[in-house]
Design a protein around this ligand. Sequence first.
Ligand code: XIL
Length: 375
Amino acid sequence: MHLFFSKKDLALGIVLGVVIGLVLGYVVSTRDIDDLKSQISNLQSQIEQIRELIPPLRTLAEENGILIGSAVTASYLTEAPYAQTLSREFDILTTENALKFEPVHPSRDQYTFGDADAIVSFAEANGMKVRGHTLVWHQQLPGWITQGTFTREEWKTILHDHITTVVSRYKRRIYAWDVVNEAIDDDGSLRNTVWLQGIGPEYIRLAFEWAHEADPQALLFYNDYGASGSGVKSDAVYNLVKNLTESGVPINGVGLQMHISLESPPVFGDIAANFERLNDLGLEVQVTELDVRLRTPATTEDLTQQANIYRNMLEVCLSADNCTAFVMWGFTDKYSWIPAANPGYGSALIFDESYNPKSAYFALISVLAERSNQD
Ligand code: XIL
């Protein structure tokens, strides 16, 4: 039989067909990809527009009568997204390390206030309050204190000078102080610190009195971890502040650190009950160092559970008559003490490392917005 096409023509035809097919396929798929790209960018701009409609945390918190804040480090304030996120979202800042004894008072005759000054100025420029952290603690102490051998009178003079100098410098500018931090041990006894050894148990009362003398307007807090719900330590903190209050010591409230792990979430009912008994003493409570750590890398499920813990804790604060501030120990996972302090853990805050809000952020927004709408 005579063939119109030779085998060679046929082969050429097949090759040509395949080439045309590939080219057409390429054109179509590039068009698909371009379509997809433009859809994604439309979605992104819609998300941006929606985010602009969501009021910042501080606006909603103010409507609900509480302050909302974060611990900060002075050197990051020059990083634009760090400073912008802070000033947009929060109305109270805590000096994370700047006012601890070692950085602020490294030798007996030397005070270094640069970092704290920068934080306080930033706060003032952005209409924010400041929590001063912390006047008396057993950690982050300079060598001249940890290795010092002084008489009881000398220890009193040292602590008096320290508190007077630091509090006076920021008189009327720092709104609240963590006067004494972590003075109760996990078993409920007074922690054996240089201050207890040097001065005796009355160092606590003296610290509050000296802080009050230096700035009578400042709110003065006792701050601790593991004391938010029920238990031996919580009872010990309660008894301590009850005694202080009943003996007329100038104390305004209790700061609850709340470094929470996803693996052992708090019992929120116990926390609410504790807030209430402190309220009965006439004391404020503030959540002072909240973070919710999880094993990294975080799963979506982890982040949802984390958001629920943030949500529930804020609910407890808003439902209590005496909870006046909700402060987190940082706000971006880019800068958090967790990975260094708890290897294998992280992702504990409400913005990710690129300053994108996480589920926990939206959980806080939704609690505040719901309650704003109820009013
Ligand atoms: C942490 C800081 O976040 C770290 O940068 C520092 O290296 C150690 O201290 N309880 C407190 C805080 O009261 O001062 C601690 O802050 C975290 C635990």
